[in-house]
Write a protein that binds this ligand. Structure first.
Ligand code: 13P
Ligand code: SF4
Length: 351
């Protein structure tokens, strides 16, 4: 049992960053190239907490940002750089483009999608909304621009509860999409009348309540931190449920010394940096059959390696961004801007 727990300690994860196939010299070379190209192109690197720790460190070092999806959107909108290099998944790049249509938005790969986005195709979703015209449509940021354009509100996990409470106070009945676990959590917390789309995150869905209980038995002093895309049985074991930035804040501010963390492993870079004296344990994902597919590593976030960031910036040397530039059709962008702007205005007054 103990050797198994040792295996999952975060220090192990940090010792094996995802660009591990590169030698130290190669890593340095990539970092120098990226720094140089960011300057030359008047570009800034905006990274999510789930990306490779090396990419996160580079974003910080070069004056970019590492953040949750809400803060990434705000940072990209407000930063003066002409080019935004968004290291995350596709919806984050699209959101950046919708908010700042005049900027060039590029991503290390446009293939980096999200199971929530994939699981909510616009034609089916729009038909679902048409069947319930009396309901206000609330969608999670992890959706396509077309789904956002069909919505009344966009939310992220850091503001979902507040926005749904606000809509409930206005007497609204809601459609919620796409994440059924987050929707179920918000519904239970607020008591709102919500019809849930049945999407899920392949990473968070794999956390196992039984495994967390076993860890708690070994470490009863540990605080359990859970991202609300996790299943209900996992959320019920949580001491803190929150967005990526809220979980990081819990590690920083809570007095406990040990934390069991149910979210993507990339987050440990920032958690450990904010609180170097705290012990972080990855919540188990494999069941008795050891069947985890993502194993607390979002496969799409992992596409943002040092190499792909460098290649993206180099592609721009030819005066075009080849297959890395994010475009959102302008009519769609104008419609998607409305629910996004509602979220940004709401959160500007509440946080
Ligand atoms: P945050 O909004 O908490 O950053 O989450 C985004 C995400 O994709 C979680 O899986
Ligand atoms: Fe999507 Fe889950 Fe990956 Fe987040 S962790 S980007 S919700 S698949």
């Amino acid at each position: 049992m103990l050797s198994e727990i040792d295996r999952v300690f975060v220090q192990d994860h940090l010792a094996h960053p995802r660009t591990s196939e590169l030698s130290e010299v190669e890593r340095q070379q990539y970092c120098e190239t990226i720094k140089q190209l960011l300057k030359e192109k008047n570009a800034v690197l905006v990274a999510h907490y789930y990306t490779d720790p090396i990419v996160q460190a580079l974003a910080e070092e070069t004056g970019g940002c590492v953040a949750d999806s809400l803060e990434m959107a705000r940072f990209g909108r407000d930063h003066p750089a002409r080019v935004l290099v968004v290291a995350g998944v596709r919806f984050m790049g699209e959101t950046a483009k919708i908010l700042t249509p005049d900027k060039t938005v590029v991503m290390p790969t446009l293939e980096a999608t999200c199971s929530l986005d994939i699981g909510c195709p616009i034609s089916e979703f729009s038909a679902f909304c048409d069947q319930h015209p009396d309901r206000t449509v609330v969608v999670y940021a992890n959706t396509s621009a077309a789904v956002k354009a069909r919505a009344d509100w966009v939310v992220t996990s850091s503001c979902a509860l507040n926005i749904v409470e606000h809509l409930m106070d206005e007497g609204k009945k809601l459609i919620w999409a796409p994440d059924k676990h987050l929707g179920d959590y918000v519904q239970r917390e607020t008591g709102a009348d919500m019809l849930l789309w049945q999407g899920s995150c392949i990473v968070h869905e794999e956390f196992k309540a039984r495994g967390i209980q076993d860890l708690k038995a070994v470490y009863p002093d540990a605080l359990v931190l859970v991202h609300p895309e996790s299943p209900r049985a996992v959320i019920e074991l949580a001491d803190v449920v929150g967005s990526t930035s809220q979980l990081i804040n819990a590690v920083k501010t809570r007095g406990e010394k040990r934390f069991i963390v149910a979210t993507d492993q990339g987050i440990f870079y920032k958690m450990q940096k904010m609180a170097p004296d705290k012990a972080l344990i990855i919540a188990p994902t494999a069941g008795e059959g050891a069947t985890c597919r993502s194993c607390a590593n979002c496969p799409w976030m992992a596409m943002n390696a040092l190499q792909t960031v460098a290649e993206t910036l180099k592609a721009g040397e030819a005066g075009e961004w080849l297959g890395n530039e994010v475009f959102v059709e302008s009519e769609l962008a104008v419609r998607a801007m409305l629910p996004l702007q509602r979220m940004l205005d709401f959160t500007a007054t509440t946080s």
